[in-house]
Design a protein around this ligand. Structure first.
Ligand SMILES: *Cc1c(COP(=O)(O)O)cnc(C)c1O
Length: 392
């Protein structure tokens, strides 16, 4: 029989990937050691060596999240999979969820919760503003939510949300507290247990400089009780926290069972990333370093006539800086000039900030003054070029 579809020609050309400076809102660059770890031989998803790596990673995540939760593991999938895993396990048909929406991550949580047929209430803020405990309390009084969602770092605006007191408010109302820590894990303090967070998830490709596609997540004992009391089955197989927890050996009395084939290559990358993070001084030194570097970076930009989108320095996320697009400048021209001429990635706005800001990520190994100065120089040059082009 003759094939209907012939061999595609595109594959005659070899795979070609250039080295870029990954200073957008993520992913960030790999350290050489992380890159090398990912060329190690593949292992089976239940091989002893793989299971040991999974156990090591679990300990690493417990440290990063500052939690004793035994139910701490990774979801195979990007940061969005962490959000979906949290919502899918905690929400049943008609349950009320209160979502604070300060940018795109609140919007995504809203969309996913609607797909789960939850009763969705949203506390909207202007992009760049944070939610106060008082506003949240008013909404709790009105809606009595069973689940509450907050993004710690709203990477679409560069805003860092205060996390204190929300945990107590949630306990008062017997509500579960979900926090998106994708852009903030490792760059700003997150104490899952002290802050009384019930589910926290993060990404690997931001501050940890690890490959995307494997997402750390942790569930509190309260969250597990809620899942155990569900009237209906969790609607997803892939994101079922109990089945995943069995595979990741989270229960003392359940055997470890095959749930899916975890990508051993991603596990190597993440394990090496956590090892590097610890070698470089761990949480306190990383928090301090990110704040110092982004603060220098902001000062440098301001001294060159640019304006930071988040006015209040205390509300700036230490891993991603948002900069107002100057008047009469086309942000796309700036972004494409920087990429074409310097292989430097500058992100544009996202969701509510499209066309209004540039976003520059200084994460993990990229959080250095050298990288910051290089990106600042490229950004300023690219804006000047865009100005010239628009005048012609
Ligand atoms: C990047 C990011 C995500 C999404 O991560 P993906 O890996 O792209 O799914 C979610 N939340 C925040 C705050 C982020 O910065």
């Amino acid at each position: 029989m003759v094939l209907d579809i012939p061999k595609p020609d595109v594959f005659n050309a070899p795979l070609k990937v250039v080295e870029k400076m990954m200073t957008g809102a993520g992913p960030s660059n790999y350290h050489d050691r992380i890159r090398k770890s990912m060329s190690l031989p593949v292992l089976g998803h239940l091989h002893t060596e793989t299971l040991k790596i999974m156990d090591d990673i679990k300990e690493g995540i417990q440290y990063l999240f500052q939690t004793e939760n035994p139910h701490t593991f990774c979801v195979s999938g990007p940061g969005h999979a962490g959000l979906e895993c949290a919502l899918t396990n905690l929400l049943e048909n008609g349950d009320t969820i209160l979502i604070t929406c300060c940018g795109i991550w609140g919007q995504r949580a809203e969309l996913m919760s609607k797909k789960l047929n939850a009763d969705v209430k949203v506390l909207y803020k202007h992009p760049g503003e944070q939610v106060s405990i008082k506003e949240a309390r008013n909404c709790f009084r009105m809606y009595h939510p069973k689940v509450f969602f907050l993004a710690h770092g709203e990477s679409s605006t560069g805003m860092l949300q205060n996390l204190l007191e929300f945990g107590d408010l949630c306990r008062e109302y017997d509500c579960l507290f979900i926090v998106d820590c994708v852009i903030t894990l490792g760059c700003a303090p997150i104490y899952v247990d002290k802050f009384k967070i019930d589910v926290a998830y993060s990404g690997t490709q931001k501050v940890l400089n690890a490959p995307p596609g494997i997402t750390p997540i942790t569930f509190s004992p309260r969250a597990l009780d809620r899942i155990a009391a569900r009237k209906t089955l969790v609607t997803s197989y892939n994101y079922d926290a109990i089945l995943l927890g069995e595979y990741w050996n989270c229960f003392a009395n359940h055997p470890r069972i095959y749930h899916h084939t975890v990508c051993s290559t991603l596990l190597y990358g993440l394990r090496e990333a956590i090892a590097l993070f610890l070698e470089r001084g761990g949480l306190e030194s990383s928090w301090e370093n990110h704040s110092r570097v982004t603060s220098n970076f902001c000062n440098l930009l301001v001294s060159n006539g640019l304006e930071i989108f988040i006015d209040d320095e205390m509300l700036r996320c230490p891993s991603v800086v948002s900069i107002k697009v100057p008047d009469n400048i086309d942000p796309h021209k700036v972004i494409s000039y920087a990429m074409k001429n310097h292989y430097v990635e500058i992100s544009g706005g996202l969701g509510p900030t499209v066309g209004k800001i540039f976003r520059i990520g200084l994460m993990g190994i990229n959080a250095t003054n050298e990288v910051a100065e290089k990106v600042a120089k490229v950004l300023i040059e690219s804006i000047k070029e865009a100005e010239l082009v628009s005048k012609i």
